[in-house]
Design a protein around this ligand. Structure first.
Ligand code: 3PG
Ligand code: MG
Length: 418
């Protein structure tokens, strides 16, 4: 159902509470905190520019990380407040809290077009608990609510669900931001009646993470291409040996059922036919998190479906790349979620890069619409320098997956109907 959007709002002189997802990756270098990927911030700029041009007073609220109700300095939004003025080309005020007197005072002094960023919502445990009293306090500073945090829309938290429900009861408009609107358009409407062939590329570690999406997309897609460690669960279910590959032995029935559904619906369901394998060797050392460091030694091509006992599969092989690229090349709609292998290690990134290249070519030369959803596939696309060469890249990880599963996202459901 169509939701009210910022385009429809009259916000001159009004205090607009804008929930954004500024949960961005941070890195500590020489005592300085740096944002390593500002995509999620950049993608909200059109909404903010529009609100500024309409004369709104903008109050930005976000979570960052999972501080579990503690004031965790490493999860402060201060680095975001420092970055935002560069992207917005105007000053941004920051308050080191998200509720209370300091916030009220700062908001009280705001003029139309002013922008304020509040401190991490999750410094209060009431945020994730969707506490009504906390929602009340957040809503105190606002006349209008806008949600541009697609990445957090699958969470029924105070700022994503409690506040808009409360403001709706007060008769205040609760609208989708432009980013939210685009996400819903590409991951929703565009895939309702996709131009055919519709090719879905699914990768990642676990079948259990993706099975609902697979099940739903089997009803829409012409072809599904499987990659990543989850391919080994399918191989195992077909009776092949997977050696030490990451596979879910208890998901055999689920994998078989998906393959049977594909056959019944005449969907091409492809799993890799060759691999890049390596021999995992325990170094006896531990990483920062106290986990054993396993080195992948002797990476090599392997073109039989049975993987040797001492080895594990870490990427798709050249025959699979060729086959997948061919199918992708004929697509008119492409949905990609999850990498084809352990792409963080350059030795196992070739499959992911080849598939990304095929998607870009189908988009640029073949006129296909390509939609990429999910944290890791987006990272892989950026790694390959192809982030801006597809039709749409989602800012949501868990949210895009849940949305593709057909779930109602609480943060979307709480917005005003148009
Ligand atoms: C994300 O990065 O997936 C979103 O910001 C949501 O974060 P969460 O998984 O900690 O709720
Ligand atoms: Mg998440």
């Amino acid at each position: 159902m169509a939701k009210l959007t910022v385009n429809n709002l009259d916000v001159r002189g009004k205090r607009v509470f804008v929930r954004v997802d500024y949960n961005v990756p941070l890195e500590e270098t020489n005592g300085q905190t740096v944002i390593t990927d500002a995509t999620r911030i950049r993608e909200t700029i059109p909404t903010l520019d529009l609100l500024i041009s309409k004369g709104a007073k903008i109050i930005l609220a976000s979570h960052l990380g999972r501080p579990k109700g503690q004031r965790e300095p490493s999860m402060s939004l201060r680095p975001v407040a420092a970055k935002l003025p560069d992207l917005l080309c105007r000053p941004v005020a920051f308050v080191d809290d998200c509720i209370g007197e300091k916030v009220q005072k700062t908001v009280g002094a705001m003029k139309p077009g002013d922008v304020l960023l509040l401190e991490n919502l999750r410094f209060y445990k009431e945020e994730e608990a969707n506490d009504p009293g906390f929602a009340e306090k957040l809503a105190e500073a606002a006349d209008v609510y806008v949600n541009d945090a697609f990445g957090a829309a699958h969470r029924a938290h105070a700022s994503t669900e409690g506040v808009p429900r409360l403001m709706t009861r007060r008769g205040a408009p609760c609208a989708a931001g432009l980013l939210m609107e685009r996400e819903l358009k590409f991951l929703g409407e565009e895939l309702e009646k996709p131009a055919r062939p519709f090719v879905v590329i699914l990768g990642g570690a676990k079948v259990s993470d993706k099975i609902k999406v697979i099940d739903r997309l089997l009803e829409k897609a012409d072809a599904i291409l499987i990659g990543g460690a989850m391919a080994y669960t399918f191989r195992l279910a077909q009776g092949f040996k997977v050696g030490k590959s990451l596979a879910e032995a208890d998901k055999g029935e689920v994998a078989k059922a998906a393959v049977e559904k594909a056959q019944a619906r005449a969907v091409h369901f492809l799993i890799p036919v060759d691999d890049v394998i390596a021999t995992p060797v325990d170094t006896g050392k531990l990483n920062k998190k106290g986990k054993p460091i396993i080195e992948m030694q002797n990476p090599r091509l392997h073109s039989q479906s049975n993987i040797p006992d001492e080895a594990c599969g870490l990427d798709i092989g050249p025959q699979t790349m060729e086959k997948y690229s061919d199918v992708i090349g004929r697509a008119k709609t492409i949905l990609g979620n999850g990498p084809m292998g352990m792409f963080e290690d350059a030795r196992f990134a070739e499959g992911t890069n080849a598939v990304a290249k095929a998607v870009v070519e189908a988009t640029q030369k073949g006129g296909a619409k390509s939609i990429i959803g999910g944290g890791d596939s987006v990272k892989a696309l950026h790694n390959a320098g192809l982030g801006d060469k597809v039709t749409f890249v989602s800012t949501g990880g868990g949210a895009s997956l849940e949305f593709l599963e057909g779930a109602v996202l609480p943060g979307v459901a709480a917005l005003t109907e148009q």
